[in-house]
Design a protein around this ligand. Sequence first.
Ligand code: UD1
Length: 421
Amino acid sequence: MDAISIRGNRPLYGRIRVSGAKNAALPILCATLLSDGESVLGNVPNLRDIETTAALLRFLGREVTLSYPEVRVHAPTGQVRPEAPYDLVRQMRASVLVLGPLVARYGRARVSLPGGCAIGARPVDQHLMGLEALGARIQVEHGYIVAEAPRLRGAEVVFDVQTVTGTENLMMAAALAKGRTTLVNCACEPEVEELGRVLNKMGARVDGAGTTVIHIEGRDELAPFEHSVIADRIEAGTFMAAVGAAGGDVLLEHAPLEDLEPVVVKMRKAHVDVEREGAHVRVRRGEVLAAVDVTTAPHPGFPTDMQAQFMAMMATARGRSVLTETVFENRFMHVPELLRMGARIETHGNTAIVEGIPKLSGANVMATDLRASASLVIAGLVAEGETVVHRVYHLDRGYEAIEKKLAGVGADIKRIRVEAP
Ligand code: UD1
């Protein structure tokens, strides 16, 4: 099994290139199901979640060519099997993003229920409610969602909660529905806005993506597209937290500063300097890292996907910070591992109180989700001695060559082979 070994206590200097956004690439890959012909995506990150999506698209009858950062998806004529099996969905919850496109395009979809997830229950009721409003008949049988509709019809959908993939699923379905759809209380994440741009390239008329109300004029047919994926705001934010924790001066090439506004505000309060430099962003740590409180919220709030990394940074800040998680109910699994590295953190429900200490101490740690793993890597950068982060496959789901990127700016970090823990 792969693990990551880090010897901490070294500041970071140099340049890191930010990759394409995983959470933008996944729905865009699923949007290729809405048309025939060949779609070409650029700036796609080389990640396990992209491989899983490619496997899913292939299962559905598409030809997928991965030559990172370019990915081609071709729809050959012939049988389509509109089904996402348990084995693929269980590897990646975002597989549920094929539900909307499949039922809209083929009149039927059978998609495994994603089931539980390490960071909370994460139901898909809003996806199903929305598709039903568009006229789909939905049943859940044998652990599968079965959705059927000869042709979806435009409708008004009001989401009870803001859901990113729920909004995206409905946008894709509505793009092939008959008539106009209005989605209300939508997620406003930049990745949703990006999907709107792609659907417009395909010929749908999407208005308002990136705001809480989205209008979609459906089409009888959509066309294939070419698109270069936006930069990954969470990857960029993770490197900001790494510099904040370890110190130094790093130029993040093509970091999407506007999309990161809520994170940048908190970074600056913590005395991490973040400045635009042409198309890039320079990140520098001031003398003393200051404690800052954070509450996660849907965009444009502080992203839940940055909470764990920010907590790792706060572990060595001066003073006490309070981190509150409001998006997922069980997203503090990194805390016990950070405690093993000497951090002083107490949790009360969805709140974590972090008492900053000068140094962490290296240890064997493991994490159960993607962003938690990233937080442990950051902690390793400020720990005395060696830290070994196990179960790196979580990290590989969403970070392209993170150890190479950090080694490139002076971190003492490498991938190693270990016996399965
Ligand atoms: C997406 C991101 C993930 C991020 C999350 C929140 C992708 C592929 N993944 O996940 O990285 O952490 O947004 O920013 O883009 N909910 C319901 N019913 C539903 C759907 C969601 O109650 O039908 C709840 C969830 O349990 C959660 C909240 O809504 O509490 C937000 O979840 P959601 O935005 O749907 O997360 P994902 O789209 O799965």
